[in-house]
Write a protein that binds this ligand. Structure first.
Ligand code: CU
Ligand code: ZN
Length: 187
């Protein structure tokens, strides 16, 4: 039976291929087909209260190919929507965080939100804070990087605002005072 024999041989070859690829990728931390054995580029920030608020938080930025996964956790904020942006200057020294400068805008675009349409690369839209004062935002963004370059978020600041970002008003979404600020640094 020639056909059966051929199938069995194919099966053996396929099985061997799987063994080879699992031997090349010993741990779950390695991406399938992982040519990138180097550690992922990652940056972090701790947000501190500004403008007399009680808000604080943490942010992380992980390079994933040509995108960056951003995770922001906030606590001690008033319930509701709060504008959230990466600002140009990694300087949170002012009591009102004005030292962080305008929205990070390396591509010279208009202000917007997280979804499609023109946006500053640093526009993160709004973070929703619950009645317990905490909120979390996760987004995968193009137009920024963690790795060095004009679009790198390292050395910038992440800023939380008093009010919702309307995602339209130029140049900053009318989101009010800067109530939290953290410098972004490479991990
Ligand atoms: Cu802002
Ligand atoms: Zn903006």
């Amino acid at each position: 039976m020639k056909r059966t024999h051929t199938h069995r041989r194919l099966g053996i070859l396929f099985g061997f291929g799987l063994l080879l690829s699992s031997a090349a990728c010993p741990g779950p931390q390695v991406k399938p087909g992982g040519s990138d054995a180097a550690p992922k580029a990652e940056a972090v920030s701790s947000l501190e209260a500004r403008s007399g608020s009680g808000a604080s938080g943490d942010a992380s930025f992980v390079q994933e190919g040509d995108t960056v996964k951003v995770i922001v956790s906030i606590k001690g904020a008033t319930p509701g929507e709060h504008g959230l942006h990466i600002h140009e200057k990694g300087d949170c020294s002012a009591a009102d965080a004005a030292s962080a400068g305008p929205h990070f805008n390396p591509h010279k675009m208009d202000h917007g939100g997280l979804e499609q349409g023109p946006r500053h690369a640093g526009d993160l839209g709004n973070i929703t804070v619950g009645t317990d004062g905490t909120g979390k935002l996760e987004a995968v963004l193009k137009g920024i990087s963690v790795t060095p370059g004009d679009s790198s978020v390292v050395g910038r600041a992440i800023v939380l605002h008093e009010k919702p970002d309307d995602l339209r008003t130029q140049p900053s979404g009318n989101s009010g005072a800067r109530i939290g600020c953290g410098v972004i640094s490479a991990k």
